[in-house]
Design a protein around this ligand. Structure first.
Ligand code: ADP
Length: 556
């Protein structure tokens, strides 16, 4: 950087002023003591040579050229001679300066000091800083240099006056800058101290929260792990080491696949890589080897990304919960349901048969009440039978044992048949039917009628305050679509994803108001899937639902 700052310029000018003053003093001294007899002076006309032959005249010219003020005083302090620079410094015409006491130009506050200096200077040379006043009594800082000189009429005191206004201003600015610098330095120091303190505090906080996290993680009854944003696992809690028997080194060297079942390995890796890539939650069931008994146990492992304020993933936090016991319990439950429904099926079928016989044998005219009782009994037996059938079907679906007897049949005919039957038993709702041109389907007629029945009976069951439902069939691009629309209680959006799960019932549904086991849709969905079709729905809480089944049309 070549451009000088104003501060640097001022410092330079100040140094030059001092140098000029010293040089002027030296020159005067040289002239006074006769060490030189010629001078070269720089003036506007260029360099000029002055000889000291006509010393007085030349000396005066020289003095006139000086920037510094120069005066000679007599013993009374009266100004005998003044150059025009001094007159300019005190801003008074020369005529008023010469013959005036020098003391009149000295600032009031410096008068005593000047008087004693004046006295001393007749004995010994002196230099001092004092304030003079200009014609408007403004203070002018000056440096005065007092020397006794010999003149024709005896001795006189010469005073060289250097105007320090510029220099003082420079000093003032320097001081100002210096103060600013000191201030900046001290606030920097303060900031630094504050920063250091905060860093220390944060470090303590961090190590404390890390300790807290470890304490918590180590005392949880599940496996806890954390991973870097790139997926590399960098922490396991105590439970992991106890369960797997692996060392910290092995675990952190990512050798955890040693204890992951080989049949689950690819699936887990694929899902983990996908989560790392997309930032989606990681959730998978897999088997880990337990060191204590060398048994593979099912775990559900879940990891969530931890994001900073900018939404960038900075770590993954995961847990793996041992679900082996729950899995076994589920299997036992399924076995129990399957066994119990099998066991119940036979007596219920027998009761059903006997109630039918009883119905036929009761004399309707003689004993109308008995007829009523038997009818009610048959209705309940049918319900019980349906429940048991659902339980058996659900077990079959779960075990993948459901068997289909497929044939070609007219789909619309089946719909009409079912609606006719349903409409007889339901006097609360009118079923509006909108059928497309007829079409054939290749499938299990009984199983598909089970689906149709389930969708229609749900529509009626879950719209107690409505009085109609709409059933439609449509054929488009060789796909048959069968839909059932109701205007009932609907299903809250957050529960949509679970609707086809086994035993799922929406939270709004109370079993005493809406009886059911939560198996109908689970079974229906499986039946439709096994016919290369799909079951979908749209539903809004409080407004109603529409369930649609799509099936491929059979083409001859
Ligand atoms: P279930 O009716 O015996 O409970 P489903 O499997 O047929 O079993 O239905 C599962 C759940 O889905 C029901 O409990 C209910 O919460 C909800 N659901 C099914 N159909 C409808 C519908 N048409 N309107 C509102 N909710 C429904």
């Amino acid at each position: 950087m070549n451009a000088k700052t104003p501060l640097e310029t001022l410092q330079k000018e100040n140094a030059e002023l001092r140098w000029q003053l010293d040089e002027a003093n030296d020159a005067i001294e040289a002239i006074r003591t006769g060490q030189v007899d010629a001078l070269v002076l720089q003036s506007e006309k260029g360099s000029q040579l002055y000889t000291l032959k006509s010393a007085d005249q030349t000396y005066r010219v020289f003095i006139e050229k000086m920037k510094e003020g120069a005066v000679t005083l007599n013993k009374d302090g009266l100004i005998l001679y003044s150059n025009s620079s001094f007159a300019a410094i005190v801003k008074s015409p020369l005529s008023r300066v010469i013959g005036t006491s020098f003391g009149k130009f000295v600032d009031h506050d410096n008068c005593t000091f000047f008087n004693s200096l004046f006295k001393k200077s007749w004995e010994i040379e002196n230099k001092a800083e004092i304030y003079l006043n200009d014609n408007k009594k403004r203070k002018i800082p000056t440096l005065i240099s007092l020397t006794v000189i010999e003149i024709d009429d005896g001795t006189a005191l010469s005073i060289i006056v250097t105007d320090l206004t510029h220099q003082k201003e420079t000093e003032r600015q320097l001081k100002l800058k210096n103060d600013e610098l000191l201030l900046a330095q001290s606030s920097l120091e303060q900031l630094n101290n504050e920063l250091e303190y905060r860093v220390q505090e944060r470090t303590t906080e961090l190590s404390l929260s890390r300790e807290h996290f470890k304490f918590l993680a180590d005392n949880l009854p599940v496996i806890v792990y954390t991973a870097k944003p790139g997926g590399e696992i960098d922490y396991f809690n105590k439970k992991w080491y106890v369960y797997t028997g692996m060392t910290i080194k092995e675990s952190l060297e990512q050798q955890w696949q040693k204890v992951l079942h080989k049949d689950d390995y690819d699936r887990v890796l694929k899902s983990w890589t996908n989560s790392i890539k997309t930032g989606c939650d990681f959730n998978i069931e897999c088997r880990f080897l337990r060191a204590s008994d060398n048994l593979w146990r099912w775990h559900v492992s879940t990891a969530l990304p931890f994001k900073n304020s900018e939404g960038k993933i900075t770590a993954w936090f995961g847990i793996a919960i041992d679900i082996e016991d729950q899995k076994l319990a589920l299997i036992q439950k399924d076995e129990f349901i399957s066994m119990a429904s099998h066991e119940l099926k036979t007596p219920v079928t027998i009761i059903k048969a006997f109630s039918h016989v009883l119905n036929l044998s009761v004399d309707k005219d003689k004993n109308p009440r008995a007829v009523d009782y038997v009818n009610r009994m048959e209705k309940q037996i049918n319900k019980l039978n349906d429940l048991i059938t659902d339980l058996l079907d659900a077990s079959k679906v779960n075990e993948g044992m459901i068997i289909f007897e497929k044939a070609i049949f007219d789909f619309n005919e089946l719909v009409v048949e079912i609606i006719h039957e349903v409409q007889i038993t339901s006097d609360t709702h009118k079923i509006e039917l909108q059928l497309s041109k007829t079409c054939k389907v290749f499938g299990d007629r009984n199983r598909l009628s089970q689906v149709i029945n389930n969708l229609i009976s749900n529509a009626i069951k879950y719209s107690p305050d409505a009085n109609n439902i709409i059933v439609t069939t449509q054929v488009r691009n060789d796909v048959l679509q069968f839909c059932v629309e109701d205007f009932g209680i609907g299903i809250p959006t957050e529960q949509h994803s679970k609707l086809f799960n086994r035993f799922f019932r929406a939270s709004e549904v109370k079993s005493n108001t809406f009886p059911g086991l939560g198996l109908g849709l689970y079974i229906s969905n499986e039946i439709v899937k096994r016919h290369a079709g799909s079951l979908t729905f749209k539903s809004e809480k409080g407004k109603g639902s529409e369930f649609c089944m799509k099936l491929p049309v059979y083409k001859d």
